[in-house]
Design a protein around this ligand. Structure first.
Ligand code: AMP
Length: 243
């Protein structure tokens, strides 16, 4: 019953008709702070995809003190990537999970060619394929400006000190918790993360471009403009898939 898997209504109805077609397996690619998380939130309202955000999973593991968290923490605090052998198995398990059967949205994975190859092999084994890789681009100066002003609440609501401040200074509008700066959002760690992105993750742009999967979006545009563009792109891809 493929039609009953995606019952959600949306304003335009466009996403409904798109979602009734085959599974949607998406990757969000781009530097930290380009707006991947914001687009992921919106895409989940359009399509009931399993949202797999590696950064969130790792931060939860660190907070819970699990073995994964213990292995990941020092790398994360330094702004380095967690080693492939620590992260790959965890993410592939999630992709195979029941909730990802009709589609997934990967945010923050893959981040190395090794991770991309492992994902490709796993999907091939499962007889599945990627629908598209959505690359959200933004220049380094813009990223530094955004991330150094980013503050988060206990519940994960994200603010920006200048562009999206809370109503009461340093307190979350929703849960009242004090806002904090992520350790890895300090200026020197941001520069490190950008350097890691350019060295280890940016080669994925060519990797997915060669496979005809890459779609580019201008992350300096407003979240709504980027979202409209992403939706239109997905609609076109699904129509092409039908032909
Ligand atoms: P993010 O919230 O996506 O910026 O991720 C925060 C941190 O988690 C990164 O700086 C890395 O240390 C780690 N991390 C997240 N995803 C991955 C991944 N796919 N591979 C290795 N490390 C990751």
């Amino acid at each position: 019953m493929p039609g009953s898997r995606f019952p959600r209504r949306t304003e335009s109805g466009l996403a409904d008709s798109i979602a009734l077609m085959s599974e949607l397996n998406l990757i969000l690619l781009g530097p930290p702070g380009a707006g991947k998380g914001t687009q992921a939130e919106r895409l989940q309202e359009d399509f009931p995809l399993a949202y797999i955000a590696t950064g969130d999973m790792l931060r939860a593991a660190v907070a819970e003190g699990t073995e994964l968290g213990r292995k990941a923490k020092e790398h994360m605090d330094r702004g380095d990537l967690v080693p492939d052998d620590v992260i790959i198995g965890v993410i592939l398990d999630r992709v195979e999970g029941d909730d990802a059967r009709d589609g997934f949205l990967l945010d923050g994975f893959p981040r190395t060619i090794g991770q991309a190859e492992a994902l490709e092999a796993e999907l091939r084994k499962l007889g599945r394929k990627l629908t598209a890789v959505l690359l959200i681009e933004a220049p380094d100066e813009e990223i530094i400006r955004r991330l150094s002003g980013r503050r988060v609440s206990k519940s994960g609501r994200v603010y920006h000190v200048d562009h999206d401040p809370p109503k009461h200074a340093d307190r979350c509008d929703i849960d009242g918790s004090p806002l904090v700066q992520r350790k890895d959002d300090k200026p020197e760690t941001i520069r490190k993360r950008l350097d890691v992105y350019h060295r280890q993750t940016a080669p994925l742009v060519a990797y997915y471009d060669e496979r005809g999967l890459l779609r580019r979006f201008d992350g300096t545009r407003s979240p709504t403009e980027v979202h409209d563009h992403v939706r239109a792109t997905i609609a076109t891809l699904r129509l092409e898939d039908e032909l």
